[in-house]
Design a protein around this ligand. Structure first.
Ligand code: PLP
Length: 392
């Protein structure tokens, strides 16, 4: 009955875990949810107010399908200010979140017989974005000891004349890995040899802890097949407002706009007004959140590495850690996989995480540290306790 493309989609594992956490909470249990992919901060007041003013002033009608010119200009101003990226508003499309921008771009560029490189572990949505177009996701291994940078021989061996795109996501969900500029440049150079599109998903660009973030497209000036994807979601604690944007080659941006015009129409008019304030107004929240996340990252990575048998590379960005439990799984005759471990934590400790298998990496679990200090401390106690229980 249903079209084939539906069969090519896997439901989001992260959203499934969030739903499980809500179910548990509804039974009255105290749940610690480290599966979330959003800041645990409120949208700043000045941004909320811009939304309220938009309602009062009647900005409640359709806008142009690809977003208002005012917001596109704001996105260009922001990208120049923060990322050293020079785009014209005609090269920008505003969508209902960065996820929507990425989806549109995959639809506009990829089709049957194309191959698209995805670095593994990957954000759960990338393979589905690609496979729903009929193209083939091709997974490339990365190095967990080096910010999950590509394993170069694996990448080189998987590039061919069918490779139409390469998706970079640094800082990464789920690993938090931040690639060096050299690694990004190397990927672009390889893409150039086969004329492939480079997608740079920069939705965590403001969340790097050990060095300032450098945008992919700012690293080269002789390749126009790079598309930049950014979002208000994580940077300004605006996940529910649903505003993201893509920038790059205007032909592709127009094609994405055409598709968007016949699917969702414009992004929410009120959220667009709030996004202008977010991108061009007071930026204090951004550095405040970064500071808090850095303290939490340091705490959780230290706790994890102090647990015998657990290995956790120090992730340079985002708000996730992706520890490896392979040794523990080998020692346990109670559980066999990271799925089992994630389930054990959920059912026995009401601690919600996401199993690495959802991100293409069994043996790992993703914990988000977008949670209070108390919750993080209790969660690490519960994890430590569980690891002892399952190895006895
Ligand atoms: N890209 C990555 C790697 C993400 O983790 C997310 C959200 O979790 C997004 C893009 C999209 O975020 P949004 O659609 O809220 O902008």
């Amino acid at each position: 009955m249903l079209a084939d493309r539906i069969g090519r989609i896997t439901p989001s594992a992260t959203l499934a875990m969030t739903a499980k956490a809500a179910e548990l909470r509804a039974t009255g249990k105290k749940v610690i949810n480290l599966s979330v992919g959003e800041p645990d901060f409120q949208t700043p007041e000045h941004i909320k107010n811009a939304g309220k003013v938009a309602i009062d002033n009647g900005s409640t009608r359709y806008t142009p399908g690809g977003g208002t010119l005012e917001l596109k200009i704001a996105a260009c101003t922001k990208m120049k200010r923060d990322n050293n990226l020079i785009y014209d508003p005609s090269q920008v499309l505003v969508s209902c979140g960065g996820k929507h921008s990425l989806y549109n771009a995959c639809q506009a560029l990829f089709q049957k017989r194309d191959e698209v490189i995805i670095f593994s572990p990957y954000w759960v949505s990338f393979p589905d974005f690609v496979s729903v177009t009929g193209a083939k996701p091709v997974f490339v291994k990365t190095d967990p000891n080096n910010q999950y940078e590509p394993i170069w021989n694996d990448l080189k061996g998987k590039l061919n004349s069918n490779t139409k795109g390469i998706i970079i996501n640094s800082p990464s969900n789920p690993t938090g890995g931040v690639w060096s500029d050299e690694a990004v440049i190397k990927v672009i150079k390889l893409a150039k040899t086969i004329d492939a599109w480079v997608f740079s998903d920069e939705c965590y660009e403001q969340l790097t802890y050990d060095r300032p973030y450098v945008s992919t497209a700012s690293l080269v000036n002789d390749y126009d097949k790079i598309l930049t994807f950014q979002s208000c979601s994580k940077t300004y604690a605006m996940t529910g407002w649903r505003i993201g944007y893509a920038a790059g080659n205007s032909k592709v941006i127009n094609a994405m706009g055409k598709l968007q015009g016949q699917s969702t129409s414009c992004p929410n008019s009120i959220a667009q007004k709030a996004a202008i304030e977010a991108l061009t107004g007071d930026q204090t929240i951004v550095s405040e959140m970064r500071k808090i996340f850095k303290v939490r990252r340091n705490y959780i990575v230290t706790r994890l590495n102090n647990m015998e048998g657990v290995i956790c590379d120090n992730p340079g960005g985002a708000f996730y850690v992706f520890p490896n439990f392979t040794q523990i799984l080998k020692n346990s005759n109670k559980i066999n996989s990271s799925n089992d471990l994630s389930m054990y934590l959920l059912e026995n400790k009401a601690l919600v995480s996401v199993s690495g298998s959802a991100f293409g990496s069994d043996g790992n679990i993703r914990f988000s540290y977008a949670a209070s200090d108390d919750d993080l401390s209790t969660a690490m106690d519960l994890l430590e306790e569980s690891l002892i229980e399952i190895q006895n």
